[in-house]
Design a protein around this ligand. Structure first.
Ligand SMILES: *Cc1c(COP(=O)(O)O)cnc(C)c1O
Length: 408
């Protein structure tokens, strides 16, 4: 198979482009005209596929979807306004009031809030399980469990789940395995090859290409028999293997309205084409920064699953070809030392995003997790001495020099 970048640059347009433009044009249009009233009627009745209105489909956004579907070898890819839109519409497609889902305790903050606040008021229960233990997952399952939800690498704990163990539990119990693979985009992680049925991603992070735009995607790997989910039975009878995507597109996504704009799709197409190049550079930087930090006696602890010292190194090799994203954490002696260090940085920016082209640093204890009580933060693996570094594409020498001068 050709390389990721070669394939990304060579996904054909679904229709011939009248000007042979080498960039997919941005179709900044809301509505599309039909030749006859018969045609528009046929389109509304589902007999004539065509663009009608950009909340339900836009050529530029669909080209991004086609690229993502091609690059993930998946069955369907549906672009959304944000990562949270991808996550929330997926849950609402698969679950109804009275159902439950299973997730781990360490989740992206807004996913945690969505699972433990938002869906609760719609009658869907989130059951937190120890994802390292098949028996604990099994003890939380019942006939109303619709899915198990994982993150490919948790943030900022940087834990890696054992996909094969968990997918076996999901398979044997006829429930769907979902992964949020935002930290490990498709050039380093194939969810299809590791037993995942549905993948969700915030394309805001790596795919947008330098923090240009907010977006998300839902990917259906085409591996689940949708007849097994009672909330999809009607769709499975009508649409077979397309049941999930059909319910998502024709019901949840269409009626809730979180579409990606064509301008955003344009930015994300550019970002996707150079994803592999950017990630390779960030990964090289991570290894060099990791070595520098580990050799520095002032640093109390370094966590990055790409380093041999990590307890997740073996799983990182197994699932991500050794490239478990490019987020790392490290600890100084105290919160005050962290603040002093961060304030002295000149190249690395103090900001909350991930996978920008620029290196970003944050102190999670006093920011992202500031509303949680101390004990809860400790349970979640957040320490007052820890900083999270999202490594960018600057040169490793410049980044290491910036860290060195800020430590001095
Ligand atoms: C940022 C992020 C999200 C949410 O994505 P948005 O595009 O900000 O809505 C979800 N999951 C993970 C792991 C993230 O890092």
């Amino acid at each position: 198979m050709k390389s990721f970048t070669t394939r990304s640059l060579n996904v054909d347009y679904p229709k011939e482009e009248p000007y042979n433009a080498l960039q997919m044009p941005v179709y900044n249009a809301v509505a599309f005209e039909f030749d006859t009233s018969e045609d528009i009627a046929a389109n509304f009745q589902g007999k004539l596929p065509a663009h009608a209105y950009s909340r339900t489909g836009n050529p530029t956004t669909e080209y991004l979807e086609l690229k993502l579907k091609t690059l993930t070898n998946s069955h369907q890819a549906i672009a959304m306004a944000s990562g949270m839109a991808a996550i929330s519409t997926t849950i609402f497609t698969l679950c109804a009031a009275g159902d439950n889902i299973i997730s781990g305790s360490n989740l992206f903050g807004h996913t945690y809030a969505f699972f433990n606040q938002t869906i609760k008021s719609f009658g869907i229960e989130n059951r937190i399980a120890n994802l390292k233990s098949a028996s604990d997952i099994l003890s939380k399952l019942d006939a109303k469990t619709r899915l198990i939800y994982l993150e490919s690498v948790t943030n900022p704990q940087l834990e890696i789940p054992d996909f094969m163990m968990i997918s076996k539990v999901a398979r044997e119990n006829g429930i769907i395995l979902i992964v949020d693979s935002t930290l490990t985009p498709p050039n380093v992680f194939s969810s299809l090859d590791h037993g995942v049925d549905v993948e969700v991603m915030s394309t805001t992070k790596y795919i947008s290409g330098g923090a240009t735009s907010v977006g998300g995607v839902v990917i259906d790997n085409g591996t689940f028999n949708w007849n097994k989910n009672p909330n999809l039975k009607d769709y499975a009878e009508k649409f077979g293997q397309n049941a999930f995507a059909a319910k998502l597109r024709k019901n949840i996504f269409r009626n809730m309205g979180p579409c990606m704009s064509p301008q955003t799709a344009h930015y994300q197409i550019q970002g996707l084409d150079i994803l592999e190049l950017r990630l390779e550079r960030c990964f090289e930087n991570c290894l060099k920064i990791g070595d520098f930090l580990e050799a520095n006696p002032g640093i109390k602890r370094v966590d990055y699953p790409g380093l041999k010292s990590s307890e997740y190194y073996v799983l990182a090799q197994k699932y991500f070809n050794g490239v478990p994203g490019t987020i790392m954490t490290f600890d100084l002696g105290s919160e005050e030392e962290c603040f002093r260090f961060m304030n002295k940085l000149k190249i690395i920016r103090r900001a909350t995003n991930l996978n920008d082209n620029k290196s970003l640093i944050i102190h999670p204890w006093s920011t992202i997790y500031c509303e949680f009580p101390d004990e809860k933060r400790q349970d979640m693996g957040i320490r007052p001495t820890m900083m999270r570094l999202s490594v960018g594409i600057e040169s490793s020498a410049d980044l290491i020099e910036d860290i060195r001068q800020a430590l001095s």
